[in-house]
Design a protein around this ligand. Structure first.
Ligand code: SAM
Length: 295
């Protein structure tokens, strides 16, 4: 570990100059929309609270705008996972400017167990590649208690779904799974013009703070299956939509019986159920599932 004061910014050239010097052009297929505004990257970094302990895990540092902000805001240790090997020389310059504080993993974040990286407390802080954003969230949800918080930038419409309440059009699988495990705080919106190149949509930075316990403890895989079955046919009543579960859980009771045991009307539709209602259905179904099949 270096003895450099973690809150002292290192003199690195402006990001635009660095990108020009390295000839780095954004690749759409990697979801590359870069941030150069230091005020903005600083706000995102500060959204994760105190950074002096543990590890910040950044997915997709790209040319390192947010990485620098994390380091300038006192992050003891940043582990950054980046797929694009063209960014390697730029990130090496940041490593040199902040000795011992930045580790770069070249690879696909989808294949990396982020919850095992570095020391706790672990915070994910990232301007996520939007094409894999929700897949990554679900991956992290499986190990949510290993994280102190997740502060991520996503499309605004995705954040609206994370935070949505029952009986609204945005309420769905993403809302239920997220709110079951975390409290959701949208922090601020970001105009497309803040990015290079600008994406088509407005973005939002959101903070997800894991609950010490899920709203109601139940098995992740069963909860995921119940929620998916219900919302895959969101216009249908539960007595019809939950039939889809019997292929996966052949010994389960009929949807009507399941709902009755859980104290839920089988004529309700997915979007009318609270997160706790979904937990009740899941807990009721669990004894009829195979606990060794946790996938
Ligand atoms: N953090 C930078 C910023 O804010 O300017 C770049 C953010 S850009 C929206 C997303 C970054 O994620 C890109 O650098 C891209 O190469 C990287 N990326 C895309 N898919 C990835 C994956 N599966 N694993 C790791 N990095 C990925």
């Amino acid at each position: 570990m270096s003895d450099q004061n973690p809150s002292t910014p290192s003199p690195l050239p402006p990001l635009r100059d660095v990108i020009a010097a390295h000839g780095l052009s954004a690749k759409k297929q990697l979801g590359q929309n870069f941030l150069f505004d230091l005020n903005l990257t600083g706000r995102i970094a500060r959204g994760a609270g105190t950074l002096e302990e543990g590890t910040c895990i950044e997915v997709g540092p790209g040319p390192g705008g947010l990485t620098r902000a994390l380091l300038d805001n006192g992050a003891r240790r940043v582990i950054a996972i980046e797929r694009d090997e063209r960014t390697r020389p730029i990130l090496s310059e940041i490593q040199a400017a902040y000795p011992g504080r930045l580790e770069v993993i070249e690879g696909d974040a989808l294949e990396i167990q982020a919850h095992t990286l570095g020391e706790a407390p672990r915070r994910i802080v990232a301007n996520l590649p939007y094409n894999v954003g929700t897949v990554l969230l679900f991956q992290w949800y499986r190990h949510i208690t290993d994280f102190e918080c997740l502060v991520v930038m996503l499309q605004k419409e995705v954040v609206d779904r994370l935070a949505a309440q029952p009986r609204t059009k945005d309420y769905g699988r993403l809302s239920v799974m997220t709110q079951w495990l975390c409290t959701v705080e949208p922090l601020f919106d970001v105009n497309p013009r803040a990015f290079t190149p600008p994406p088509k949509v407005t973005s939002t930075v959101v903070r997800l703070t894991p609950r010490p316990q899920p709203l109601v403890p139940c098995r992740f895989d069963v909860m995921e299956a119940v929620v998916a079955a219900a919302f895959n046919q969101r216009r249908k009543m539960l007595r019809a939509s939950l039939k889809g579960l019997s292929g996966r859980y052949p010994g389960m009771p009929s949807p009507e019986e399941l709902c009755a045991k859980a104290g839920i009307e089988p004529t309700m539709r997915a979007e009318e159920l609270s997160v706790v209602d979904f937990c009740m259905l899941t807990c009721t179904l669990e004894p009829f599932t195979d606990p060794t099949r946790n996938a």
